[in-house]
Design a protein around this ligand. Structure first.
Ligand code: SF4
Ligand code: MG
Length: 336
């Protein structure tokens, strides 16, 4: 059962000199083809680790992975490096935040875009080059036939990100993972790149995971939303549901600290007090309780001792519950 990508009770731990880091602690979600899932959280929330694990790009010597990751019914946890290598590029591909770390300065853009295509299809150099030109044109690089022979430094930042998208999509992957794909770009180019991803999704029908710290990015570009905190999913729903009636105090904090989403420009922005917890020793109970202004509403020491569960489907991992959450969101901690 589940979606095209189905993640069940994923747990990822790293061994470090200081102890064991619980980077992902019991995460489940599903994703269908043709849909975009936004995964939002601060750095250290586990969102990037989750996706490196899906791609099998974690370091097996220091990382322990438990749970299930099914891609089109195939179990990825424990799949050999050779099988994962075949899937990467072919069935799943990734777009990184900084194209300069993914593109080599020593080869032309065209050669680097064509490389995965040759590897996965056995196409000739000539055919792969032709395909690279088509992909560059598709992602909106003008004069693709000429620009295909440029080196990465001859491209602007936005063009490099388009080239990365061309490289990721050249083998027509069913799952595309984009990790902060627009963070390094200015706002106008950001919007263009997100529009481009949406258009290409229409054409290719891929499932997309869009990882970002910026709720404004997912507001327009994603269908579904998963909010992560301290290695756990704390809220899930459609983007519309979460943004119009957020249920988790951490999501409120994210929203209220966002200039574009906090409402009118006169609304003062409120940063979330405190810092994300150390994942060497995660807090007991609700991981957000040391920063949460609403633990007193729940009462007793419940938030500090009892771990709230995330219900399947729409909901939040919070002891307030949806109804009380709505009331205190509107009226503050004294509303109930
Ligand atoms: Fe805050 Fe308690 Fe809800 Fe955690 S469970 S977010 S501490 S109210
Ligand atoms: Mg990251």
């Amino acid at each position: 059962a589940g979606g095209y990508l189905s993640v069940r009770d994923l747990r990822v731990r790293f061994a470090t000199e200081d102890g064991t880091v619980r980077a992902v602690d019991g995460l489940s979600f599903d994703l269908e083809r043709g849909r975009t899932l936004g995964i939002v959280g601060e750095s250290g929330s586990g969102k990037s680790v989750t996706n490196l694990t899906v791609l099998g790009l974690h370091d097996p010597r220091t990382t322990t992975v438990e749970g299930r990751i099914l891609l089109d019914g195939q179990e990825l946890i424990g799949a050999g490096e050779r099988a994962l290598e075949r899937l990467r590029g072919n069935k799943m591909a990734m777009i990184f935040q900084d194209p300069l770390t993914a593109l080599s300065p020593y080869y032309t853009v065209g050669r680097q875009i064509a490389e995965p295509y040759r590897k996965h299809t056995g196409a000739t150099k000539r055919a792969a080059r032709q395909r690279a030109i088509e992909m560059l044109a598709k992602v909106g690089i003008p004069h693709a036939r000429r620009r295909v022979d440029d080196y990465p430094h001859q491209f602007s930042g936005g063009m490099r990100q388009r080239a990365m998208i061309a490289m990721a999509l050249i083998c027509d992957p069913d799952l595309l993972i984009a990790d902060e794909p627009t963070t390094a770009l200015d706002v106008t180019v950001q919007a263009q790149i997100l529009d481009l991803l949406g258009d290409l999704q229409q054409e290719f029908g891929s499932a997309i995971i869009l990882i970002t710290h910026d709720l404004g990015v997912v507001a327009n570009a994603a269908d579904d939303l998963l909010v992560m905190y301290a290695g756990r999913a704390v809220e899930r729903g459609t983007v519309r549901e979460v943004l119009s009636a957020p249920q988790h105090p951490y999501t409120w904090g994210l929203l209220d600290s966002m200039p574009t989403l906090a409402g009118s420009v006169d609304t003062p922005l409120t940063p979330i007090p405190g810092a994300p917890p150390s994942l060497l020793a995660p807090p007991s109970g609700c991981p957000f309780h040391p920063r949460c202004a609403y633990a007193a509403v729940v009462g007793g020491d419940r938030c500090a001792t009892e771990r709230p569960a995330l219900p399947p489907g729409r909901g939040a991992a919070c002891h307030l519950g949806a109804e009380r959450a709505g009331a205190v969101r509107r009226g503050g901690p004294d509303a109930v």
